[in-house]
Design a protein around this ligand. Structure first.
Ligand code: PEP
Ligand code: MG
Length: 577
């Protein structure tokens, strides 16, 4: 009889294959006392294990094929950096000496201390760092305990064409399995933002995380259907189910092939309305894939990633070189560089802020609030963005503004930065456009005032939904309330678009809603003409735009916006066209 388990689908698509269970046993770490005269030898044993871990990682790094997405090498690089980090290199050595304990135990204690810090922060980004720490610590401990490094080599041969079901999966494992032709992954733990999830998305492999007790309920070699769209796995499907999913796979393939025809074409509706489709970028390494999908510019460059995982802040020169690279790559197109959106779920180590998380971090010193309070953060960044504006169409975008004073203050800082650059004789575009992200309900409600003062607006639906509906975007318990189609959200989006139209400034959208094909026709009908999204969604969204008739859509959407019932709204959106 078929069994169905559910989890979170982190990568779209459907896969069918035989179940290959990979259970990595917990390592048993025991504590024992090391006599004083042997402490130096224990430290040497630990250092040798570190060296071996580094060699293993370097070997994996070396084996990564040239055409592998850059994020993958970045993950391995991050693990390599960790093996060299004081937190994992030096701290266990002091513990060995201070507590007179064995290396495995010292490493375990240091791991627990690091993880505890991350747990308290309840930060999804840091949670992915916690996974990385576990992978690296696990690797070193296995070496110390003389465990076979990966018991999966053999299995991964058998796993060709199979669905790997595991309690946890390291990036190195995933890379290896991918090379061996695994069709899908299911993990018992993990979050949608974990590195493994990100990697599955970038490799285009259907994957589910959080399928609790999957290793226990699923049986080795039984046939599985993995549906990454709805986050379900069906074990031993009957013939009808199997046929249904085989058709889904064929449809999906046909859909992707059909989308290829939009490559190189402009995004334009059937009745001739042009739309600008841009990409959201976190890393400059993503430039190539963005260009491959013909982005018309960058609608959001999240600069905060540049500030993370480091003790020294990037200075003006470093920032300038990164921004310049971006602008040169998108020559002729707008590049919207967002000033630092730090705080809340994204933290940096900064002396002045040490220990500051606020009573409610999402409502505290975040984004522009933090930047205005910390000129040593904001000014080098603005100078770097201004300097990059000498190279192309750079637009500076400010996150989380909620009132006009913030805009005025920011304009004052920009003027000071311009004066400083003039004094140094460094070139910049004096007319560089400055815009605000509309992601706080208050900002949407006074979008007209912002539109009179600024050059563009960009709707950040991820936060706009969170703040309007009082629904933490990271909290799965209230996930059912996080609704892009809530009439209040649509009203605020509409107000912002209208404010832009009335003041003749462009309004773009860079929240996840912009890259979700379910909402493309709706947003188009509401008047949105600039969408920014992850590169992989560009062609699909373009396809919908190029199939749309705007004169028809506008009328349909006008009627639809009067609806208050969620079910009726969804039905009306599905019927658009
Ligand atoms: C948003 O809030 O919609 C947005 C794009 O910004 P971020 O997701 O980085 O908060
Ligand atoms: Mg935001």
């Amino acid at each position: 009889m078929a069994l169905m388990l559910s989890g979170t689908g982190v990568s779209r698509g459907v896969a069918i294959g035989s179940c290959q269970i990979l259970r990595r046993d917990e390592l048993e770490i025991l504590e024992y006392v090391i006599p004083k005269p042997l402490l130096a030898a224990e430290v040497a044993r630990f250092k040798a294990a570190l060296k071996k871990a580094r060699q293993q990682l370097e070997q994996i790094r070396h084996q990564i094929p040239a055409d592998t997405p850059p994020e993958i090498s970045a993950f391995i690089d991050a693990h390599l950096l960790m093996v060299e980090d004081d937190a994992l290199c030096r701290a266990p050595v002091s513990l060995i000496n201070r507590l007179q304990c064995n290396a495995e135990w010292a490493l375990k204690m240091q791991r627990d201390a690091l993880v505890m810090v991350f747990e308290v922060m309840d930060d999804p980004y840091l949670k992915t760092r916690r996974d990385d720490i576990d992978h690296v610590v696990n690797r070193i401990q296995r070496i110390l305990l003389n465990h076979i490094e990966h018991p999966h080599h053999d299995l991964s041969q058998r796993a060709r064409g199979g669905v790997v079901v595991t309690n946890e999966l390291s990036l190195a494992d995933m890379l290896l399995m991918h090379q061996r032709g695994v069709t899908a992954f299911i993990t018992e733990d993990g979050a949608a933002n974990s590195h493994t999830a990100i990697l599955a998305r970038s490799l285009g492999i259907p994957a589910l995380v959080g399928v609790h007790h999957a290793c226990r309920y699923l049986s080795q070699n039984e046939p599985l259907v993995v549906d990454g769209r709805y986050g379900v796995v069906i074990a031993s499907p009957d013939e009808d189910t199997l046929r249904f999913y085989q058709n889904c796979i064929a449809d999906d393939q046909a859909r992707l092939t059909a989308l290829e025809r939009f490559k190189g074409l402009p995004a334009i509706t059937k009745d001739g309305h042009e739309v600008r489709l841009m990409v959201n970028l976190d890393l400059v390494e993503e430039i190539d894939s963005a260009s491959a999908f013909d982005a018309d510019g960058v609608g959001l460059y999240r600069t905060e990633i540049l500030f993370m995982n480091r003790t020294e802040l990037p200075d003006e020169e470093e920032q300038y070189s990164v921004y310049a690279k971006l602008v040169r790559a998108f020559k002729g197109y707008p590049v919207m560089i967002r000033t630092l959106d730090m705080g809340a779920d994204k933290q940096i180590s900064l002396d002045q802020l040490d220990g500051y998380f606020g009573v409610n971090p999402a409502l505290g010193l975040r984004a522009i609030r933090l930047s205005l309070k910390q000129p040593q953060l904001l000014m080098p960044q603005i100078r770097a963005i201004l300097r990059a504006s000498a190279l192309g169409d750079v637009r500076m975008m400010v996150p989380m503004v909620s009132n006009m004073q913030e805009v005025k203050q920011l304009q004052g800082v920009v003027d000071m930065c311009k004066a400083a650059l003039r004094e140094k004789g460094l070139p910049f575009d004096d007319a560089m456009k400055i815009g605000a992200m509309i992601e706080v309900p208050a900002a949407a409600l006074i979008a007209d005032a912002f539109a009179q003062e600024l050059d563009f607006l960009s709707i950040g639906t991820n936060d706009l939904i969170q703040y309007t509906l009082a629904t933490d975007r990271m909290d799965a318990e209230v996930g059912h309330l996080y609704d892009p189609l809530h009439p209040a959200i649509l009203k605020l989006i509409q107000m912002t678009i209208t404010a832009g139209e009335q003041n003749s400034i462009p309004v773009s959208m860079c929240g996840e809603m912009a890259g979700d094909p379910r909402y493309t026709a709706l947003l188009l009908g509401m008047g949105l003409r600039e969408f920014s999204m992850s590169a992989s969604m560009l062609l699909e969204v373009k396809g919908i735009i190029n199939d749309s008739d705007l004169s028809l859509l506008s009328k349909q959407v006008e009627a639809l916006l009067k609806l208050h019932d969620h079910g009726e709204m969804v039905a009306a959106i599905n019927a658009l066209g």
